[in-house]
Design a binder for this molecule. Structure first.
Ligand code: GLU
Length: 504
């Protein structure tokens, strides 16, 4: 029987989660769900120097907002926890000791100063110092020193690290589910530190030990980890463990030019790179949520940064993504972020959502402006204007005239439309409307057109002037719909105000 699919998202809590990280989590989630597997969240905090307060909570909240819910892991629980590496600290030492016993790792006592001196010496000769098979026999480590010397140093409390003893000249055949086959010669790799002098494992050791203990079947992660794949495979081999499958996801690229999408690009061009807002004492970084993106649109957009179904379909719910997702369709090359496309997804999702849902969100905006309106009225307005809005916050701009009379009138429209005896014509229209007993869209429309015909007025000029009085500009949905919705009293008041204040 094939092994159960178990994947993990393993972020380090070093700051807010970048949208690239969210995409990694998303693809892991989709893959797990697609194959009836498990999706785990593991916090990798072995690098205590880079730990940032609040980052773990941020990660958990961001995933929650996106609807990417792990079914095991930090914040959820499970049988193979704890799911935070600092809480598993005691466990890793045994594994590095095991590697030492089997001659796959060694103690290294080289001080930072010694290593710096070596680096400088190499640099002076235009070479790069690498701690590897070529030099390790001559350095300050348990491969070069006698057993007694090593024991003495350890007993004397001299700090040491544990390094992996990378085999020499072994040709590795690596397979990545996205990038295909690669060959790596182990001689090109260095003896990475597995265990640090502060008693903590490095990322490499903790990651492999945990993936093994947590029974991970597929490692799906960002391309920046591709260079570590050979070391990780060597570690699995050294432990004699089953090796999971690997899939390295393409980078997210800047909107233009070369390189990875960074926070700086977002700051410069005014788009978020983080799912949620992130505040520090020095600065605030905007988030998709706070900018007014729907989480569905954000996820939909992210899914398409590096994957596509190979069809015309672009709008996807999370469940539909689960259905259609496959690692084979993930591209090898970097995915360019496009701010306009992100907004397009939001605008499309605005149309997919019900008027009720949008109206509820819009009510919050209205309340902030001190406007109290009845639900059905707001829903009708939303249904009329939402097609023109990218964000809920845009709805106000498209519909403020439904709630309050214009305070200004567009000068261009006045110049173009408010001609001749317009103040008189509008006053006449007002009188006709005032006389209507049943004031509806159709009766108002009928009365106004009849008057225009009777007096042989210019239809375009009148209608646009009327709109000017109602809206303050030349925009908006159907004029008589507006008139009907704001009602008789308000319509008459706006026409009077236009007659009194608009001058050409
Ligand atoms: N802690 C690593 C990171 O922050 C995880 C890399 C991996 O998935 O192996 O990206």
């Amino acid at each position: 029987m094939a092994k159960k699919v178990r994947v993990r998202f393993a972020p380090s809590p070093t700051g807010p989660l970048h949208m690239g990280g969210v995409r990694t989590a998303l693809y892991n989630y989709l893959f797990a769900k697609k194959h009836g597997g498990d999706f785990l969240l593991r916090i990798e905090d072995t690098d205590q120097k880079r730990f940032v307060e609040g980052a773990e909570e941020y990660i958990i909240e961001a995933l929650k907002w996106c609807g990417i819910s792990p079914n095991e892991g930090r914040g959820i629980g499970g049988d193979l926890g704890p799911y935070k590496q600092s809480e598993r600290k005691e466990l890793y030492a045994n594994y590095s000791e095991y590697l030492i016993k089997n001659n796959n790792a060694y103690y290294a006592f080289d001080t930072a100063e010694e290593l710096d001196a070596l680096r400088n010496e190499y640099e002076a000769n235009k070479k790069v110092f690498t701690y590897n098979a070529e030099v390790r026999g001559k350095l300050n480590n348990s491969l070069a020193l006698s057993q007694e010397e090593v024991m003495n140093k350890i007993e004397a409390g001299i700090p040491y690290v544990i390094r992996f003893k990378m085999p020499e000249d072994e040709l590795l055949d690596l397979t990545d589910l996205i990038r295909g086959d690669m060959k790596v010669n182990t001689s090109a790799l260095d003896d990475k530190i597995l265990f640090k002098s502060d008693g903590m494992p490095t990322y490499h050791l903790a990651n492999i030990v945990d993936d093994h203990l947590m029974e991970i079947s597929h490692v799906i992660r960002g391309e920046e980890w591709l260079p570590s794949m050979a070391l990780h495979i060597m570690l699995y081999k050294a432990f004699g463990w089953d090796i999971p499958e690997f899939a390295h996801l393409p980078l997210l690229l800047k909107p233009t030019g070369k390189g990875k999408l960074s926070k700086r690009d977002g700051d410069k061009m005014g788009f978020p790179v983080f799912p949620l807002e992130w505040k520090t004492e020095e600065s605030t970084s905007i988030g998709y949520r706070e900018e007014g993106y729907f989480s569905e649109a954000f996820i939909n957009m992210l899914a398409f940064l590096g994957w596509n179904p190979g069809t015309e379909k672009e709008l996807y719910t999370l469940d539909e993504l689960v259905n259609d997702f496959s690692l084979e369709k993930v591209s090898k090359s970097g995915a360019r972020f496009d701010h306009d496309k992100a907004k397009w997804f939001n605008q499309q999702w605005m149309q997919l959502k019900s008027d009720e849902e949008i109206a509820e969100l819009f009510q919050v905006e209205l309340q902030e402006k001190g406007i109290v309106e009845e639900g059905q009225y707001v829903k009708n307005i939303v249904s009329l204007v939402k097609e023109r809005a990218v964000f809920v916050k845009d709805i106000w701009e498209q519909s403020s005239f439904f709630f309050e009379a214009p305070t200004e009138y567009d000068a261009k429209v006045i110049k173009k439309r408010w001609k001749g005896e317009m103040n008189q014509h509008i006053a006449d229209i007002k009188a006709v409307l005032e006389g209507l007993e049943s004031f509806t869209r159709d009766s108002a429309h009928g009365a106004v057109t009849a008057l225009i015909q009777e007096k042989e007025l210019n239809m375009g000029q009148i209608m646009n002037s009327l709109r000017l009085c109602m809206v303050g500009a030349g925009k908006g949905p159907d004029l008589f719909q507006i008139i009907d919705m704001v009602g008789k009293e308000e319509t008459l008041a706006r026409l009077q105000k236009g007659v009194d204040t608009i001058v050409r």
